[in-house]
Design a protein around this ligand. Sequence first.
Ligand code: LLP
Length: 441
Amino acid sequence: MHSFRYVDGSLKCEGVDLETLAAEVGTPAYVYSAETIRGNYRRLDEALAPLGDRMICYAMKANGNLSVLNLLAKEGAGFDIVSGGELFKVLKAGGRADRCTFAGVGKTAAEIDYALRQGIYSFNVESEEELEMINEVAGRAGLVAPIAIRVNPDVDAPTHKYISTGKSKNKFGIGLDRAAAVYERAASLPNLKIRGLQTHIGSQILKAPPFAEAVRKLTPLVMELKSKYGLEFFSVGGGVGIVYRGALSSGDAAWWKGSAEGSDDINSEKEGERLAPETYAAEVIEPLKALGLRILFEPGRFIVGNAGVLLSTVLYRKSTPTKNFVIVDAGMNDLIRPALYEGYHEIEPLKQCSSTVLEKVDVVGPVCESGDFFAQDREVPVLAPGDRIALMSSGAYGFVMASTYNARPLLPEVLVEGEKATVVRTRQTWNDLIVGERLPT
Ligand code: LLP
């Protein structure tokens, strides 16, 4: 579910007219719907309620704006973090360290020390050397570090190759064959407390069975570890996918489309079967319940993906013998998903025009790279300079992956709640771009 729809020819986010908002804050700009974020969180939590003891640790790498974190902390979410900086932000946003799990293959000693002193719930350990390092840092600090080992179940989940993680060729986790030995080593280290087992098979997965397959594959190991070391939790990771194609089509097809269509077969971000949280839950609840442990979930994209859009304005049009280009003011530095993962984002004009004539265009940004595009050979309504558009489903892995490439300041972020829109991050200025830079003396 999400809260973006056309009302009388204008695209709204909840009760806020996006064209009016764009005129006020300028473009490009990110806009998030609080209602959608809350709704997604609650819907997932309710679907998983039959599990009883559970914790949703929002994977904040997807969207780390303080107000998004604050909103989810108020809902009772925990957080899946991957750096000391992310923990710092969770704490600033009013989140609790004892509801944070710390993942990632390259935690530094300083980050481990910081997280330990803040009292995080668990370090999700990704290698044997990291395990030794956590033990050492904990010993120096005179503390005991709670750990889980990330076990790679070697399950193939269909998604883009850059965001698949659960195969043995990926850098993540420890193989199923090594896991028991690594737990044994962990049990022998004085400054560690074994708390759980974690897994994650990849991101933007639209089918539920691979999740259940991963759980089933890990079950014998989990049961063994449970009896040996008294495991407290099992984390099934994140990865629940969202619909990118036809993002507006759930009951309200965009005015210029008969129906949502995904014609070019770019990657897994296809229109079609959305993975409803209820479908996901129906598949995983039984194998998870059988473990008799607290169950953790680490959704990122599912919570925020369809809760955000990137607003942009058309600057120019340009034609070559083979292409029509529409040049907009947002670039790949603002939203890198199309360039990096061939990601697909629907393009919706903020104002409905009277004509339903479509033209095939490339929608491109101002960055000096051929990879700077949002759509290629896509049929969209005729767009003229000054027209504003929304790049849909940009709430996850949008702003967080932005850079200042080409000396382009970072964008503002706006949080909408009902009729109210709050700028929750201001647009960077050119001066911000040189903060910290110095000429040699
Ligand atoms: N847990 C772990 C250990 C992860 O590595 C990730 C994502 C998540 C949870 C959250 O996954 P999600 O529920 O959001 O699928 N930038 C890419 C996605 C990278 C995902 C990295 N890990 C994109 O824009 O598609």
